[in-house]
Design a binder for this molecule. Structure first.
Ligand code: ATP
Length: 387
């Protein structure tokens, strides 16, 4: 197990009366790639700036290696930052840009000699795949190459932690994907702890060891990318990470939930008998079958071809689900669906219940087709599942 490096303990931040971070508790391990993920304005950058020492929390404590560092200024923290606007020095070449921080006096008062600077810069340019570019003017580099110079410049001082604030935001999609792989490789190669800020959930899932989902200044969930995707703790996380159908359900027993009056086996346990819950069903976990053999049946209201898969919107008694499938079912056709127990994820009701997970707006133009006929049929065998 990696050891803990940074801890935010009960950290809150307010600007005037406006609370933008509300009691954040978070620890970051040595050599971890941790991503702060959330929509614009949720408090990601504020959290990063508190870690970097650019902001002091209104209340709460920040620890580095077990030592409280609330009053330690940024240049005395073993932390460096890469921003989206990385502001390279255009009059300096790649080598000089990378060496810049090394030529300054260090916190211990010493200066590095020339040969040490040379070997450190060359080592770093090799790590970021820019060996041979030393003499190039940074103005002649592509966006991705410039970003790599910015990363080399930030890493050459050998910080314990690198803070990255949407560093790929200015790059086009293809370059962004390449740089995601590069960043992950650089992080693994250097063993430096990365704290990464993004609003892009795909980016967060692809790169991180740990994802911290934030909304309105509150941490909604902390977990591995797999945890966050497969076991979202509330409707906000389920909706923000990937596509989700989120419907009301009633827990009948451990491993059994009622949706639209039908019983579905699931793997979830530990809820009260007949507790009202939110049920998440990912679009790729729904199988289309004939109307008769389906656990539910509904009407296809829209189809969008996505390359490998079709996005199909199906109307179940007015609630519209997204299904991703290779099977083409024409608009207006009645279909049945099947969902395996591991395709159903049950969550407690909470403040985000009812706000997400219906795809009505996706297919508003098909509304005239009308609702599918699914009647509520309370099942007399329900008592079999009494707990
Ligand atoms: P984005 O992805 O858009 O950068 P973010 O999640 O990083 O968003 P923050 O920059 O942390 O969000 O901002 C959180 C909230 O705090 C926002 O409402 C922002 O307007 C507010 N805020 C941030 N800095 C200040 C400041 N110095 N003074 C007043 N309000 C601030």
């Amino acid at each position: 197990m990696s050891k803990e490096l940074i801890r935010l303990s009960n950290c809150s931040m307010a600007f005037d009366e406006d609370v933008v971070l509300n009691n954040i508790n978070l620890h970051i391990n040595d050599k971890e790639f941790l991503t702060l993920l959330g929509p614009s304005g949720c408090g990601k950058t504020t959290t990063l700036r508190i870690i970097g020492g650019f902001l002091k929390p209104t209340s709460g404590d920040v620890y580095f290696d077990g030592v409280r560092i609330n009053d330690v200024p940024p240049h005395k923290r073993m932390v460096n930052t890469v921003f989206q606007k990385y502001a390279l020095f255009t009059h300096l070449n790649v080598f000089e840009n990378t060496a810049f921080g090394l030529k300054l006096q260090r916190p211990d008062g010493k200066k590095l000699d020339k040969s040490e600077i040379y070997s450190r810069v060359m080592e770093m340019l090799e790590i970021v795949s820019l060996k041979g570019f030393e003499k190039r003017s940074v103005t002649t580099l592509s966006g991705g190459q410039q970003q790599r110079v910015a990363i080399a410049r930030a890493l050459v001082n050998r910080p314990k932690v690198l803070l990255l604030d949407e560093p790929l935001g200015a790059l086009d999609m293809r370059l962004r994907k390449d740089m995601q792989n590069e960043l992950k490789r650089i992080q693994q190669m250097t063993g430096i702890t990365f704290v990464y800020v993004t609003h892009d959930q795909e980016e967060a899932l692809a790169m991180s060891d740990t994802v911290v989902v934030i909304e309105s200044g509150v941490i909604q969930q902390i977990g591995t990318p797999e945890d966050i995707y497969n076991e979202p703790q509330n409707a906000f996380v389920a909706d923000f990470i990937g596509e989700s159908n989120i419907v009301d359900g009633i827990m009948l027993a451990d491993g059994l939930v009622e949706i639209f009056g039908r019983k579905f086996k699931c793997l979830d346990r530990g809820f009260d008998h007949r507790e009202h819950v939110d049920v998440v069903i990912r679009p790729e976990d729904i199988d289309i079958v004939s109307e008769k053999s389906g656990m539910l049946s509904g009407t296809v209201t829209s189809i969008t071809f996505r390359g490998v898969l079709y996005d199909i919107i199906v109307d179940f008694k007015g609630f519209k689900w997204l299904i991703q499938t290779t099977d083409l079912s024409p608009v207006g056709s009645k279909i049945g669906i099947k969902i395996d127990p591991d395709g159903i994820h049950v969550m407690k009701k909470g403040p985000f219940s009812g706000m997400f997970g219906d795809y009505s707006s996706y297919s508003a133009e098909y509304d005239e087709i009308g609702d599918a006929e699914i009647e509520y049929e309370p099942d007399s065998s329900e008592d079999d599942y009494e707990v």
